[in-house]
Design a binder for this molecule. Structure first.
Ligand SMILES: NC(=O)c1ccc[n+]([C@@H]2O[C@H](COP(=O)([O-])OP(=O)(O)OC[C@H]3O[C@@H](n4cnc5c(N)ncnc54)[C@H](OP(=O)(O)O)[C@@H]3O)[C@@H](O)[C@H]2O)c1
Length: 373
């Protein structure tokens, strides 16, 4: 079991970094296209966390809206909606809030001193967890991992986002920037304490794109620099693979020379026998000249032998001219011989193995190989 979930921070800000204005009504920063994108992100997570102030002020539902996405979750053996999580020092929460509505498990991490009052007020509308005094984010993440949360979406507000960033406990930040200013110093703003800033260790910008009227910036964070960050992202993609008893779940990310993500893929993404690397290369087209300077990140070493199709992923990679491959987990001898790394090296491809991420990649396949490296 990985020690903590992958933590994805998601928020929308104005062009000057505000998460809301200072009025009692919630400021809508995203349009329909961006809300739909967030719905897709929600559908890929095990739990959604918001701070107690967001529960009080915004009263969010925290549900997957599109029933097709809930159905896809069901096909992966997941409940239709992620669990809802909040944390509080005061315990001041209204059991009538939408957060506590049925439809998804509710978890409240509460400071020790406030627990009796919170229990009296919330009754059995949520699982109330004593998270220490002061509440420890580290304890909360460990406890969530033990409850089976592998992927946690943190949707705000300002204090909670800042705390995850300052504590170095975020793996990804999806920032949707709206095309207007708030310019109100009294409004909540995305930020973190000055002391926690380290200009020598910037976030890795993995993607920029337009979603309706907002600009989406996807940053990767966490230890180890770009190689570790992109590979952790590939491991996360592997979780989206439709389950199979006869093939691994693998994720792949291909990154161009300038750091732009060129394409991604996961096992069985389009067709039953798709391998992650194969589908990623098919999406971009194997003749794309950018591939000749790219790095391919794969949660599992690319296959050097396969039963399902005639061309192996090693052959696809060599044919596309990709000069570098980074992977996390060596293939156990379960389905094939797994000589992919050696074959790539023999073909002149630079291969880097990051074994500290092997357990994460393996955990996604625990139904095939059990637990423990
Ligand atoms: N634009 C967006 O994407 C977005 C998303 C979400 C929210 N928002 C906005 O953000 C604003 C709310 O942000 P906010 O900073 O005021 O509040 P917040 O981050 O939502 O919640 C803060 C509260 O969470 C609890 N909390 C946080 N860290 C804690 C810790 N380490 N230990 C114990 N309790 C902890 C405390 O609850 P108690 O007070 O109960 O002790 C604290 O007051 C709202 O205006 C909302 O509209 C915007």
């Amino acid at each position: 079991m990985p020690p903590r979930p992958y933590v994805l921070l998601s928020c929308a800000t104005s062009a000057d970094g505000y998460l809301d204005d200072a009025s009692p009504e919630r400021l809508i920063l995203s349009g329909p296209a961006d809300l739909d994108r967030v719905d897709e992100v929600r559908a890929g997570c095990d739990a959604i966390l918001v701070g107690a102030q967001t529960v009080r002020k915004d009263n969010p539902r925290l549900l997957v809206r599109d029933p097709r996405r809930s159905a896809r979750r069901a096909a992966r053996g997941l409940p239709p909606h992620p669990a809802r999580v909040t944390l509080t020092a005061t315990g001041d929460l209204d059991p009538g809030a939408r957060f506590f509505a049925p439809g998804a498990p509710r978890l409240v991490y509460c400071a020790t001193a406030a627990r009796p009052a919170a229990r009296a007020c919330l009754g059995d509308s949520a699982v109330l967890i004593d998270a220490g005094d002061p509440v420890s984010l580290g304890f909360m993440l460990k406890d969530l991992a033990e409850r089976g949360v592998a992927r946690l979406l943190v949707e705000g507000g300002a204090r909670v986002l800042g705390e995850f960033l300052a504590a170095g406990l975020a793996d990804e930040l999806n920032l949707a920037v709206a095309p207007f200013f708030v310019a109100d110093p009294g409004a909540p703003r995305l930020g973190l304490p000055r002391l926690a800033l380290d200009p020598a260790s910037p976030m890795t910008l993995a993607e920029t794109c337009r979603v309706g009227e907002v600009a989406l910036l996807r940053y990767l964070l966490g230890p180890g620099g770009p190689d570790h960050r992109f590979l952790r992202w590939a491991v996360e993609l592997s979780r989206l693979s439709p389950p199979s008893d006869s093939a691994f779940s693998v994720g792949a990310v291909v990154v161009g020379e300038d750091g732009d993500v060129l394409t991604t893929g996961f096992s069985r993404e389009r067709e039953d026998h798709d391998h992650a690397e194969e589908v990623a290369l098919r999406k971009i087209g194997p003749n794309d000249p950018r591939l000749r300077h790219a790095t391919l990140y794969s949660s599992l070493v690319p296959c050097g032998a396969r039963a399902s199709r005639p061309v192996t992923c090693v052959e696809h990679i060599v044919a596309a001219g990709i000069p570098r491959v980074v992977f996390a987990w060596r293939e156990p001898r379960l389905f094939t011989d797994g000589e992919g790394a050696e074959q790539l090296r023999a073909a002149g491809v630079a291969v880097t193995e990051l074994p500290d991420l092997a357990e994460r990649a393996r955990a996604v396949n625990a139904h095939l190989v059990g637990t423990g490296v």
